[in-house]
Design a protein around this ligand. Structure first.
Ligand code: ZN
Length: 266
């Protein structure tokens, strides 16, 4: 059996029908909410498309989601656009975040290394699902999402809970000068910790390599947007370290499937 990924922040759920997923302990405290981050399971399930995926209806059943009321983003584009969802029949595309205060509309985004941010305001009853790849992190989509929730739903950032799902961590997120410079440009002025988040590692074929701790930058960004430190939860799980259970674009060299992050108000 594959390793149990449970830790202080997440539990690893294994259903008898082969469906496996992670859930945040913090979000499980709320009864008006359902959510998950899917795992490959023993059947190596790929959520790149849910249309022909025989496992998807089963996943929905476990989570008490009506699979017909799933809203996805057709094309996730590594931008910073976050849109409100009122109607599950509408098509959403060319964006990277969805938010809603409507019950029973499931927000489902697809991931392979990029950072999922699950956002929940238990006071205004709002959820959001954010896809923040490194480009999205540079564009500060996390901060943008908090601003949008304030604008649209009148949320107070102090009430908002943010859970950072499995993503590629600094142990595997190795980049060269081009990417490092973009992070530097984006964070040097605003961040007190950017220097410690970018580490020089080695030189290969004359090229300096760096690792970047995008999670740490994300947490600081959310705090700057007004989210309380105690309301930010990090799964602590690196997708690339757990490629036997989680799809990883980088390790599987672009041929990976997709994990799905789901969140819904009940
Ligand atoms: Zn790793």
């Amino acid at each position: 059996m594959k390793k149990d990924l449970s830790n202080d922040q997440v539990i690893h759920v294994r259903q008898e029908d082969g469906i496996e997923y992670l859930q945040f302990r913090r979000l499980l405290e709320y009864k008006d909410l359902t959510h998950c981050f899917t795992l490959k399971g023993k059947e190596n399930i790929n959520y790149i498309s849910v249309v022909k995926n025989e496992y998807f209806p089963k996943l929905c059943q476990h989570l008490e989601i009506d699979s017909k009321k799933l809203v996805q983003i057709e094309k996730q584009v590594h931008g910073d656009l976050v849109k409100e969802v009122y109607n599950y029949r509408e098509i959403y595309t060319n964006m990277d975040g969805l938010m809603t205060n409507q019950k029973e509309i499931a927000l489902g985004l697809r991931f392979a290394d990029c950072t999922p941010i699950y956002i929940y305001d238990p006071v205004k009853k709002v959820v959001a699902n954010i896809h923040s790849g490194w480009r999205g992190t540079v564009k500060k989509i996390g901060k943008r999402a908090i601003e949008r929730i304030q604008e649209v739903y009148g949320s107070n950032p102090k009430d908002i809970i943010c859970c950072i799902g499995p993503c590629i961590k600094e142990c595997h997120f190795e980049v060269e000068d081009d990417v490092k410079i973009l992070f530097e440009k984006a964070f040097a002025k605003e961040s007190a910790i950017w220097k410690e988040c970018i580490q020089m590692t080695k030189i290969i074929e004359g090229k300096q390599k760096y690792t970047i701790n995008t999670t740490k930058l994300m947490i600081e960004m959310l705090e700057q947007a007004g989210v309380r430190q105690e309301n930010i939860v990090d799964s602590g799980i690196c997708t690339a370290c757990h490629v036997e259970q989680i799809h990883s674009h980088r390790v599987e060299k672009g041929k990976s499937g997709r994990n799905m992050a789901l969140i819904m108000l009940k």
